[in-house]
Design a protein around this ligand. Structure first.
Ligand code: CA
Length: 229
């Protein structure tokens, strides 16, 4: 039974979501603040989080950013009518979908189902890919193993490698990687990305000197690739 966390401070909305989710065979836990949500997600395995943007203590965007430092759980944002949503920013910080209020709870459940289905397909694909590559992420313990050896990474290195690993073969610009680190793009910080990548490469090389999976795309950024390593 998939377990869904609903973070919503309007009791009537939370209750209607809970009702429809449970009727549809999901187990469901409802919370009303961002602080409670982070604490819950640190302790519990959740298959998907429905996250209101306008929470009493913080915004859903902030919760999402914080959550993404330790979890890949799918997120569906709930936004109030007229609330400005920057779709691109939302997707970059790691949302999977949006629903604007007022919505039909049935529609939300349909989207939840679609995301979970997509997630299962992706997990299957990732497991297949991982079985063929020397880099494996232990999602429970937040540890990467490389050629069978655990990598000891700083938080920044971990987040960068996680992003590159999730989007293997995809080119990430330095600006996108700054978003991954939660650092403002206005800061003159892009060179620090190069520094973190350099140190990541050194740690990978220390384990296996033959492979160099982090590619530089001149003028664009970085890409993790297992082709022709
Ligand atoms: Ca609200």
């Amino acid at each position: 039974m998939p377990h869904i966390l609903v973070v919503e401070d309007e009791p009537s909305i939370a209750q209607s979501l809970e009702h429809v989710l449970q009727a549809d065979g999901f187990s469901c836990h409802c919370l009303s603040t961002g602080t409670e949500a982070i604490a819950y997600l640190e302790q519990h395995a959740v298959d998907l989080t429905i996250l209101d943007i306008g929470l009493p203590d913080t915004s859903g965007f902030e919760v999402c950013k914080q959550l993404r430092t330790f979890s890949n759980v799918p997120i569906v944002f709930l936004s109030a009518r007229g609330e400005e949503i920057d779709r691109v920013v939302g997707l970059e910080i790691g949302a999977d979908d949006y629903v604007t209020k007022p919505f039909s709870p049935r529609e939300v459940v349909a989207r939840v189902r679609a995301i979970l289905k997509r997630g299962r397909e992706l997990t299957h694909l990732n497991l297949q890919l991982e079985a063929e590559t020397p880099l494996v992420l232990d999602r429970q313990r937040h540890i990467f193993r490389y050629c069978g050896t655990a990598l000891h990474l700083t938080k920044a290195e971990y987040l960068l490698l996680q992003a590159l690993h999730r989007g293997a073969e995809q080119v990430f610009s330095r600006e996108q990687l700054l978003v991954v680190l939660g650092v403002s793009q206005t800061a003159n910080y892009t060179r620090n990305i190069d520094t973190h990548i350099k140190s990541l490469r050194a740690k990978l090389r220390a384990i296996n000197a033959e492979l160099s999976p982090i590619k530089t795309e001149r003028g664009f950024g970085y890409r993790l690739s297992w082709q022709g390593v």
